[in-house]
Design a protein around this ligand. Sequence first.
Ligand SMILES: Cc1cc2nc3c(=O)[nH]c(=O)nc-3n(C[C@H](O)[C@H](O)[C@H](O)COP(=O)(O)OP(=O)(O)OC[C@H]3O[C@@H](n4cnc5c(N)ncnc54)[C@H](O)[C@@H]3O)c2cc1C
Length: 382
Amino acid sequence: MPPQSVDFANEVEEILTAPETERLLRELATRQDGMDGDPRALYRHLGDAGILAPSWPVEYGGRGADFTATVALLEKLVAHRIPQNLYCISVQNVGSLILAAGSEQQRRTLLPALASTELTSCILFTEPGNGSDLAGITTTAVRDGTGWVLNGRKTYNLKSAYADIALIAVRTDPQSSQYEGLTLFLVPLDAPGVVIRPIPSLADEQFHDIWFTDVRVDESALFGQVGEGWSLITQMFAAERTGLDYYARGRHWLDLVAQRVDRNGARQSDAVRTELARHEARITASKLLSCQVMQNLQDGSPDIAESSFAKWHCSESAQRIAWWALDTLGQDLLEPGPDPGDRTLEAAFREAPGMTISGGASEVMLDILSSARVFTHAPRED
Ligand SMILES: Cc1cc2nc3c(=O)[nH]c(=O)nc-3n(C[C@H](O)[C@H](O)[C@H](O)COP(=O)(O)OP(=O)(O)OC[C@H]3O[C@@H](n4cnc5c(N)ncnc54)[C@H](O)[C@@H]3O)c2cc1C
């Protein structure tokens, strides 16, 4: 890691251990809103410190740092139990797409607000019948005078109740091919006609169902060109599927298991030490794959196959750690960790199943990888 990123990591550590951060974190844990906990006050505190978009250019609210600063940030956020999903969706996914493909006007107005989390965004791609294959999207946007009218339903999205805007994929041309007829919009979620309902989840963070009924937006809500949705979605997937936040969670969970097996004496067992080493090797490989993808992105050469491989590896590694934690710690998993109120490993066990589905299911990641790398390089039979 370059010295600037080491300095940045130290700065982040200082902010995350400051009394005000810890107070906001404790407040969040009470879930006073009765839902899955509104992280925005905590995020605003971190956003005010200017640490949430280190790799973005300074003029858009970043620090102009290289990707290793983002790696350090994610590792620290997860290790300090800062909920990372709204942050990753809003800043790392939506923000990074705006940085790469937005108009200059969108960059100047939206990016500083996203970096400070004064503005937050969710992603609305999945529909009841369309998850892995978004080519079947049925939510529509129809031109109406100077604007557009949206109708349809999106489901299984995270953090939408705490988002101000949504990056939504809709069908604007039912006549053209399934992929050509898609368009992206950035839609305010307080627009008349938007209804958001929570869906309970096994994990701590609930999903949402969102209905759009005659929702009117003006032309400025359009993201990219009409009909350009599929290529923008593919571009976003290459950047979203770095696997970084999956790796960071797996890394933290493995550290917690290692501490527990030291405390309860299980580390004396050869089998436990062997598994610890196996998971350590695997999660280290996850980090390297994730860094490779981020290096490619930084160099301006995103590769959807490498991203898919990194996402698959990082999510599978983290999931195995969460499940191995239960096998190894058993009932002990339900006991609080050294930090009062820490029940991270128990929550990890419930979060783990979704990791290999969210952001692209494992089978689909392997399908993309094999299509791009294996079959194109396979020797011809004839
Ligand atoms: C924790 C979590 C967070 C999420 N957050 C969001 C969000 O913020 N916004 C959003 O829009 N969506 C979100 N989703 C939805 C997610 O993107 C979809 O669940 C995912 O894309 C899979 O789609 P599906 O559920 O329709 O399953 P399907 O696409 O129906 O897949 C079902 C099964 O079939 C397999 N499969 C599908 N196609 C193939 C293929 N070609 N080859 C082999 N196997 C295949 C899949 O791997 C899976 O095992 C989230 C999901 C989870 C679990």
